[in-house]
Ligand binder design. Structure first.
Ligand SMILES: Cc1ncc(COP(=O)(O)O)c(C=O)c1O
Length: 480
């Protein structure tokens, strides 16, 4: 393979839809555990974890070995939803290692391989089961970008204009209106009142921790009341555990310690354990009313993912040792983030388990701290309505030492950016006579999803990628 060290091939040939690579633009070539390496040999601590698809780090050696063995013996690859030995292995492990010990009885449906496919199936099934159309979803919820799940996603940037998104009623998540307002009571009221103006719902769809929405957490009492409201109004409770599940909050499912048993659960991202695409829906048996192949798709179930997922379940979830280690690491993250937050006036901690972060107030500040961290060898992203939350998504398998190294970088980057801010405001106060003082360097904005949300101002010459696109592709460019 030729060595690629510059971005020309991507900026020339890849769609403008690309996002993360605009903020983090080296060419990455290898990865192991919690570290990734670029083509120049620079190493980065990975606190992005493919947005929760790499909870078990990169290239876990046991999963790699099992996958290599499977491929070398010409094991099944694509096989639609045919029976296979590797699918049997995964189903057995999920049943005996995860579901049974937790007293959960679910049928397992494999959908197309990304999270949004699972959400689409869950919403469709709830509608079929209840004969109703409406789905209740919450402010700041993120459920994917295909049309059904996009209707349930709050984020304006993804929803765009001009696309009909229907069949969903949005209500405020816990604490959306401040701690004094009981949003569960509001939901119950509008569903109970015949003039509340809301159609009886087929389902209530929620995340227990809103990952993309800014690490907003729901409490156990609130979740229990939402579950009771769903039951009272004849709706199914769907927990979208695509990001918060698979160990991210400390237990396999994010709802385990919340005292609820959802009717339907969606899983994807880290369910393969290895970053391979796979998504599934867990359905209480009485609601498994699908006709054969009624909701189908070529790639439902992924044989290679079955192999690695089975190893992941057997390696990490046979007892609670791993869960305990996540709890320890989570408290270390809390401790370190608390120290960092004191560097930024008005900032505060968000999230739970190994999905924690700091709300720093503005997307611009969060972006600068992320970029500074990246320069210093740690990759992490931002979340929230304005991308104002710095989101720390370390692999659950990261050592405490690696966690500390990554958080040292975040702390240093925060100090540097805050010092730049202080210099900039001093320079402003002192006026033009002090032009020679260092001022904050404005990081080049781009038009990625992230920065489009942070700033409504039109692109300038410094909008690196946006500028290139408009230069390279004239208005009459229609592609190849
Ligand atoms: C909670 C949740 N649901 C659904 C999705 C959509 O998953 P995918 O991007 O794989 O379609 C995401 C993606 O971030 C998510 O966080």
């Amino acid at each position: 393979m030729r060595k690629v060290t510059d971005n020309t091939v991507f900026t020339q040939y890849e769609s403008a839809a690309r996002g993360y690579c605009r903020r983090f633009n080296p060419v990455f070539t290898s990865a192991s555990g919690g570290l990734i390496q670029d083509a120049e040999g620079k190493e980065y601590i990975d606190f992005l974890a493919a947005c929760g698809a790499l909870n078990y780090g990169h290239n876990d050696p046991d999963m790699s070995a099992a996958l290599i063995e499977h491929i070398s013996r010409n094991g099944m690859s694509a096989c639609l939803d045919l029976h296979s030995d590797v699918k049997a292995g995964f189903l057995d492990s999920l049943q005996h290692i995860i579901l049974e010990p937790r007293g959960l009885k679910y049928r397992i449906q494999f959908t197309g391989p990304t999270g949004t496919n699972a959400v689409e199936a869950a919403m469709k099934l709830a509608r079929k089961v209840t004969g109703r159309t409406n789905i209740i979803s919450f402010t700041n919820g993120f459920h994917g970008v295909s049309l059904g799940s996009l209707a349930a996603t709050g984020n304006k940037y993804h929803r765009m204009g001009g696309v009909m998104l229907s069949g969903v009623t949005r209500v405020p998540y816990e604490n959306y209106l401040g701690t004094g307002i009981d949003t569960a009571e509001y939901l119950d009221k509008i569903l109970t009142d015949p003039s509340g103006g809301v159609e009886a719902p087929a389902a209530i769809l929620l995340e227990t921790v809103q990952g993309e929405g800014g690490l907003n957490t729901a409490s156990a009492p609130w979740l229990q009341r939402i579950a009771a409201i769903a039951k009272k109004h004849g709706a199914l409770l769907i927990v979208d555990d695509i990001q918060a599940g698979c160990g991210r909050t400390g237990t396999f499912f994010s709802f385990e310690q919340m005292g609820i048993k959802p009717d339907i659960v969606t899983l994807s991202k880290s369910i393969s354990g290895y970053g391979l695409p796979m998504a599934l829906v867990l359905i209480k048996p009485k609601y498994d009313l699908w006709e054969p192949a009624e909701h189908n798709g070529t790639f439902r179930g992924n044989s290679h993912a079955f192999v690695t997922a089975r190893v992941m379940l057997e390696k990490f979830w046979k007892d609670d040792t791993f869960s305990q280690s996540i709890a320890l690491k989570s408290s270390q993250v809390t401790k370190r983030l608390t120290r960092i937050r004191y560097l930024i006036a008005g900032s505060y901690l968000k999230g739970r388990g190994m999905m924690q972060g700091i709300s720093v107030g503005t997307g611009e500040l969060a972006d600068r701290i992320c970029r500074e961290s990246f320069k210093r060898g740690m990759i992490c992203e931002t979340a929230g309505s304005y991308d104002e939350v710095i989101k720390i998504f370390a692999p659950l398998t990261a050592s405490v030492d690696l966690l500390n190294r990554g958080l040292d970088i975040l702390e240093k980057a925060t100090k540097v950016v805050m010092a730049e801010n202080r210099c900039a405001s001093r320079a402003k106060e002192d006026g033009p006579a002090h032009k020679d003082k260092p001022v904050a360097t404005q990081s080049p904005a781009d038009t990625s999803k992230k920065n489009a949300r942070q700033s409504q101002s039109p692109p300038t010459e410094y909008d690196s990628d946006a500028f290139k696109i408009s230069k390279e592709y004239p208005d009459n460019f229609y592609g190849y």
